[in-house]
Design a protein around this ligand. Structure first.
Ligand code: SF4
Ligand code: FE
Length: 484
């Protein structure tokens, strides 16, 4: 059965790469002191591989491949039913609950599901063979249980200009050369979730392209360690706390996300890995379907929300105020917001449909409404968590002070609350809430909720396109006997 163990996964990504962190070039990242910064994001991926091995999670974490007939990790599955769409969001909520961060593997998963139907439709129009090529590529992904990153966002240069009008043509990734074996591409892909931790990436265009922009209409699979690819590690709030001796001040000291700035300099892509090359007419479909799947994927934040609600409730218990009515009401408000997010994730899955290629896709309007809610509600849930935790989350002394033989006893004395609550547990909890509401994890819970899978305006455009306002006007006219 092609399911990797967490240990095998870790070994498989120990390959020499071209990585920069804090201005330093690092190729063997697992041997470097900065590995302490990277490690939580790798632990998160290991958790995915671990849960897929466990019987109690198999129905969520794995699926039967329609390509090979084998049981595969759900992150490599092409949705075959409404149930698959629902199990996808169940899995994302579960993983959010288990890690309280971004687990990185959704982007390539969503790219694959979008490419599956788009390549089918391209072949129908052009009599090309992209669909079979993509299936061959994806069978290898399933057999080897590979972590595939998804690369869409270009650096974009001057936002008022089209790709061909940019002063620097590399502002959008494009084909720079080709021969009978494949193509060469240059450009950059930014906000690359989990890129360093992934085996390969699926690259896609970032927007719908027009005539004359064919060299930007390119999609392909590429090994992340390929010659010509440079990764620069994304800086995140309080990241260097991970280099300190104590672990409490990190907050979520086990798990984390990862964002990479990726530069492609004349990178060779063999023909067998090319899934789009110049077909501008299909770039809009690819971008929108990927975005739709990824806006469904933001079910992940409901799992993180569950953990944050639990943390706020525990903080109230530690303060001895868990029975106060205003505390309970704030927890209810957090739950209401979180379950509203969940309702939309479930709804866009339940209302999914089958594409001509035979795979299933979420409802586009509801997926966009889901993501639009996600751009807002985590901020309010986070605000309420901070309210319940108290101002201490941003004024507490460090772990070194907590454990100092000199000042530590006094820090312990004045951080104490109820008799039965160990001060160290309260300290860890408060740092965890700090981490999720304003530290490194808040980038994932809040800012990524805002901008990931497209910034809020991108969803509003899709909502206005999908909502059939003319149809709603007709409803009124019909009731009021106003002629159409
Ligand atoms: Fe998956 Fe959520 Fe991370 Fe996006 S933000 S990759 S949907 S866990
Ligand atoms: Fe993301």
């Amino acid at each position: 059965m092609p399911l990797k163990t967490p240990e095998a996964y870790l070994e498989s990504i120990k390959r020499e790469i071209n990585l920069y962190m804090f201005g330093e070039k690092i190729s063997r990242f697992w041997d470097h002191p900065y590995y302490k910064i990277i490690e939580p994001s790798i632990n998160t991926i290991k958790k995915i591989y671990e849960l897929a091995q466990r019987d109690e999670y198999k129905h969520i974490m794995t699926a039967k491949s329609h390509l090979t007939g084998e049981v595969v990790n759900r992150f490599t599955h092409i949705h075959q039913s409404i149930d698959d769409l629902l199990l996808k969001v169940e899995m994302q909520r579960l993983l959010g609950q288990k890690t309280a961060c971004c687990f990185q593997r959704c982007v390539g998963f969503d790219a694959a599901n979008a490419l599956y139907s788009v390549t089918f439709e391209m072949d129908k129009r052009y009599e090309s063979s992209y669909h079979d090529r993509f299936k061959d590529y994806w069978i290898e992904v399933q057999k080897n249980d590979l972590f595939i990153a998804g690369s869409m966002t270009d650096s974009k240069g001057d936002r008022s200009k089209r790709p061909i009008d940019q002063t620097d043509p590399d502002a959008y990734l494009h084909i720079v050369d080709e021969n009978d074996k494949g193509i060469f591409v240059s450009g950059a892909k930014v906000h690359q979730t989990g890129f360093l931790n992934s085996h390969q990436a699926i690259v896609m265009p970032t927007l719908a392209l027009k005539k004359g922009e064919e060299k930007y209409a390119v999609s392909f699979g590429v090994e992340t360690a390929t010659k010509g690819i440079t990764m620069i590690y994304g800086r995140q709030t309080s990241d260097t706390r991970k280099l300190e001796d104590g672990i409490y001040d990190v907050g979520n000291f086990k798990y984390g996300g990862q964002e990479i700035f990726v530069i492609f300099d004349n990178v060779f892509v063999p023909k067998k890995n090319i899934f789009m090359k110049g077909e501008i007419e299909f770039t809009g479909a690819l971008v929108n379907r990927f975005a739709g799947y990824h806006r469904q994927s933001y079910a992940c934040k409901t799992g993180v929300g569950d953990v944050l609600i639990g943390a706020a409730a525990l903080a109230a218990q530690y303060n001895g105020v868990e029975m106060a009515s205003h505390i309970r009401d704030k927890l209810v408000e957090m739950i209401h917001l979180n379950e509203t997010l969940w309702s939309c994730a479930v709804a866009c899955s339940t209302k999914g449909f089958m594409r001509e290629a035979g795979n299933y896709e979420m409802d586009m309007l509801l997926a966009n409404v889901n993501k639009q809610n996600v751009t807002r509600f985590p901020y309010e849930i986070g605000r309420l968590a901070e309210d319940l935790a108290g101002g201490i989350i941003c004024t507490m002394p460090s772990q070194q002070d907590l454990e100092s033989s000199e000042i530590g006893p006094l820090v312990q004395k004045y951080l104490a609350t109820c008799d039965e609550v160990p001060v160290n547990d309260r300290y860890k909890l408060l740092r965890f809430i700090e981490n999720l509401s304003m530290g490194v994890a808040s980038l994932s819970y809040k800012t990524e909720s805002l901008h990931g899978a497209g910034s809020p305006q991108a969803q509003r455009i899709m909502i206005s396109r999908q909502a059939n306002i003319d149809g709603k006007i007709e409803l009124v006219k019909d009731i009021l006997d106003i002629p159409s």
